[in-house]
Design a protein around this ligand. Structure first.
Ligand SMILES: [Zn+2]
Length: 302
């Protein structure tokens, strides 16, 4: 994909290279070495979590934290913290992230008012390595990228991109852009008031399976919204190149819960899915890509 000429977002907090010595999990085995955790380690952590009966989402795989958050009114109540000022990233990957966030901001600043009559409020994206603090607890690279609705920030350790490339067969710039836009999709779900509703429903859910089914809908909607972004960014900037869509689809396939679970356990347990199967992720990404329509992403209506 082409992004070099794109405007760079100013909502990037570059915390790479910072020392992190903070709380979170209380200095257990997760701390300390978190910086170097790759997919192999994540898979092992998944097996350990499974054996110990810990929810593996806490340890691996895009542990998206909205589950742990107590929701408030229209959007999730915000934790006010002073914004950290950092200098704009100048390296290649930092500039790429800033460009994709900028393109997301430009598309959503048009499409959210046009389609839903809502003003888009930008999210900040925190680049970090190893571990850093978030309003949802300690962010660690082994969790994969996530969106924290409490501080409205996306947390991204770009070493995840290396894992995608080397171990998931899903590398490439548009695949990385899809990951960033999926997280931005969660921010839109927050602005649309969907996250707090889902949180309330999950608190009332009668079983873990029911709560997981709600998570799957939230995740597939974010995949679809990433597709909506791609559709409009293509219309605006013709930024896609041959093979880009296939690349994102390969990634969606690679990060389906069934694939990841089979890789870690050898079999898949549908009730424990929280992101959706590979086929579902591909289907919803394509739905957004084809329609460019936010309403087509309503995973709760079917
Ligand atoms: Zn997600």
């Amino acid at each position: 994909m082409r992004w070099e000429d794109a405007r760079r977002s100013e909502n990037i907090e570059d915390r790479r290279g910072e020392e992190y010595a903070g709380g979170g999990f209380g200095g257990g085995p997760m701390m300390g070495g978190a910086g170097g955790l790759g997919l192999g380690t994540m898979v092992i952590l998944g097996i350990i979590a499974y054996a110990l009966g810990i929810d593996p989402r806490i340890l691996i795989g895009g542990a998206e934290m909205f589950n742990n958050v107590r929701g408030g009114g229209q959007t999730v109540e915000r934790v006010q913290r002073p914004e950290r000022q950092t200098t704009a990233p100048t390296d290649q990957i930092g500039q790429f992230v800033a460009a994709i966030v900028g393109q997301n901001e430009d598309v959503w600043a048009e499409q959210l008012p046009a389609q839903k009559g809502l003003k888009f409020q930008p999210a900040r994206l925190v680049m970090f390595d190893g571990a850093t603090e978030s309003a949802c607890g300690t962010a660690q690279s082994a969790m994969g990228p996530f969106y924290c609705p409490l501080d409205r920030k996306i947390y991204l350790d770009t070493s995840f991109f290396n894992d995608m490339k080397r171990k998931l067969g899903g590398g490439g710039e548009f695949a990385y852009a899809y990951v960033i836009s999926h997280e931005m999709g969660h921010h839109l779900e927050n602005l649309l008031g969907i996250l707090p509703k889902v949180q309330r429903a999950q608190q009332q859910a009668s079983s873990q399976a029911q709560a997981n089914a709600l998570s799957v809908r939230v995740e597939l909607m974010a995949d679809c919204l990433a597709g909506v972004w791609a559709a409009h960014s293509q219309r605006k900037w013709q930024n896609l190149e041959t093979g880009d869509i296939e690349q994102a689809i390969r990634t969606a396939q690679a990060i389906g819960d069934d694939r990841l679970q089979k890789a870690s356990r050898g079999f898949a347990v549908p009730d424990s899915f929280t992101h959706g199967s590979s086929a579902q992720r591909v289907e919803w990404l394509q739905r957004g890509l084809k329609s460019g329509d936010i309403d087509s992403c309503n995973t709760f209506s079917r």
